[in-house]
Design a protein around this ligand. Sequence first.
Ligand code: FNR
Length: 365
Amino acid sequence: MPVGPLTLAGIERAARAQLPPEIWDFIEGGSGAERTLAGNREMFGHYALRPRTLVDVSACATGTALLGAELGLPVGIAPMAYHRLVHPDGETATARAAGRAGALLVAGIFASRTLEAIAAEATGPLWLQLYWLRRRDALAALVERAEAAGFAALMLTVDAPRIGHRLRDLRNGFAVPPEIRAVNLDPALMAASHRAGAGSSGIAGHALEQFDPSLTWADLAWLRERTALPLVLKGILTAEDARLAAEHGADAVVVSNHGGRQLDGALPALAALPEVAAAVPPDLPVLLDGGVRTGADIAVALALGARAVLVGRPVLWGLATGGADGVADVLALLRAELEHTLALLGRPTPADLDRTVLAPWPVHR
Ligand code: FNR
């Protein structure tokens, strides 16, 4: 019997071998010199785990409650544009896998399958990510559709008033292939994504045209009035913004630098987590994304105050290599690794993880 991939890194290698280079670069790349992209991973290496012994770990559990939903593991799929770039089934396959694993799925505003088709496949919690479009009527229509389709929360991404300088995409003249579309938005709003211009990728040109860079905290009330759904803000990296998010009625925040794709040099997500967790009321869930690749990474994030993590690129690696089964493999690996970590740490559930689990990784000079 051949052994399948034993880690997410193995699935990554398989995905890289089969994807066209410009698609691989779009997924994998960050902005600028990719310092923040690298920093997201490096930060996890600064922590050592402090295992406790002679604790009954015969029944470890990975389940977690999040905004009224019960997750089988404290993991969600981060919102990512255009899943069909890597597999013809796109987001409907991702939704099937998330349901099987008990993970949250956050569908992106640039999903390449309709909200209704994604919802029809989803058997677990499903949220919708939004960018604030200049065309508020289009935004309002999307919110209405999401509610009707059964989406349980809205996640507004606030770290992208414009798109980061993603040099790989610029070098490749990357534009979204014409057959893959953000089908939930009016085609007239999306035309620029399919055209790379001089010094601009299709993605960046589109954002410039359609995203509203004048958005401020005061505008959130407009969205709040339009929906009873919980509102989650994604892209918070400071205590100041965490406090403002809570004051403006956010129901949860995501500590995120967009996977190193926006401000290069921004804090690694894990480095920002403690100050954000300390700044919000204790009952306001804090999520984290950026560089989570193992069950031990999840344990570190939870110990630093996250209720759950979101995982981005690895989901697309799984989708590329095996469709819904490939995504299910990624989520199953993370769940098994987390359960194993909890057992060997002597902390049988996610709720048992706190700062006492962590020590600085020892550096001897
Ligand atoms: C993203 N991300 C993203 N975020 C968002 O709010 N809206 C979006 O449309 C997208 N699109 C997108 C596409 C691709 C290909 C990637 C890789 C990422 C960012 C994503 O939600 C998340 O913040 C990071 O991917 C998390 O980091 P890791 O897990 O990929 O390291």
